[in-house]
Design a protein around this ligand. Sequence first.
Ligand code: NAP
Length: 309
Amino acid sequence: MARKIALAGIGKIARDQHVPSIAASGDWELAATITRHEGVEGIENYTDIDAMLAACPDIDVISLCLPPVPRFEYAAAAIRAGRHVMLEKPPGATLAECHTLEAMAREAGVSIFATWHSREAASVEAARKWLADKTLKRLKITWLEDVRLWHPGQEWIWEPGGLGVFDPGINALSILTRILPVPVHLRSATLKFPDNRQTPIAADLDFRHPGGAEVNAEFDWRKEGDQFWNIEAETDAGTLVLSDGGANLSIDGAPVEASDVALDGEYPKLYARMVDLVQTGEIDMDLSPMVHVADAFLLGKRETIEPFD
Ligand code: NAP
């Protein structure tokens, strides 16, 4: 029987991915939404999460698609009410609040899932397997996109806690932390802040790799025309290119077929994983992509650049 789920924060990603993925799955039934504005046609909507939790004891999973800053209060309310919680990326506005949520979930005996949708892109698993026994010499992340195209009208991305260019950049870091067999840590960074904004529009990151490989990332939200979401890794046995946000893979220029096509799409895979977590009572709260972002804000050199409108 389908498990009832409620969706909070009916914005771009909820409408583009969550609602269709839930509707297409036999495991889930969208039973309520929590939004201050327009909900989903035919689904009961609440403007307040506490009211929904009190009115719907049969909904035991809550999926949160809000921006990071307001998400904690919703997640904490759901856990206090004994519900399982699924978090859009990034799982919170700070690492400390994510640790708090995990501790609360353990205490309450409910599942919590920090989702990283880019890790579910079709070729990420094949890239991880290929890199597992190679010696890395150099890895370059190139994540260049046009913020005007992808985030029209979203002011929260420029507010404190909105992450700026790290909102897409953390997707690249979620792939990096999945495909590398050994962890890296940030050595230095430069963040470019428009004079009229609280968050960076571009960032360059340099990581220390335990084997001495050169590992760096370039994130830029000012790219017009062609968009790039690529990771290139040069190894002792050839060069891997993971392109289009993890969708496509080539080794030495030859395309490699995706190894993981059982479920089509990043979000259907996340919802399938949530079924497993709830059934087994497990917690999946990997914060490693967010650690790199936090380190970039801690360690990064700040450059103020021209205003961005
Ligand atoms: P969005 O379109 O701005 O929508 C977020 C929704 O959250 C809003 O429609 C609003 O819903 C609710 N919300 C906003 N501020 C709130 C507040 N202060 N308190 C309560 N609710 C608030 O944002 P989005 O693009 O969907 O992104 C949401 C999250 O998904 C972000 O963490 C983002 O990184 C992640 N994500 C986005 C994309 C993408 O392509 N856009 C892709 C993957 C992941 P109501 O008006 O209904 O209350």
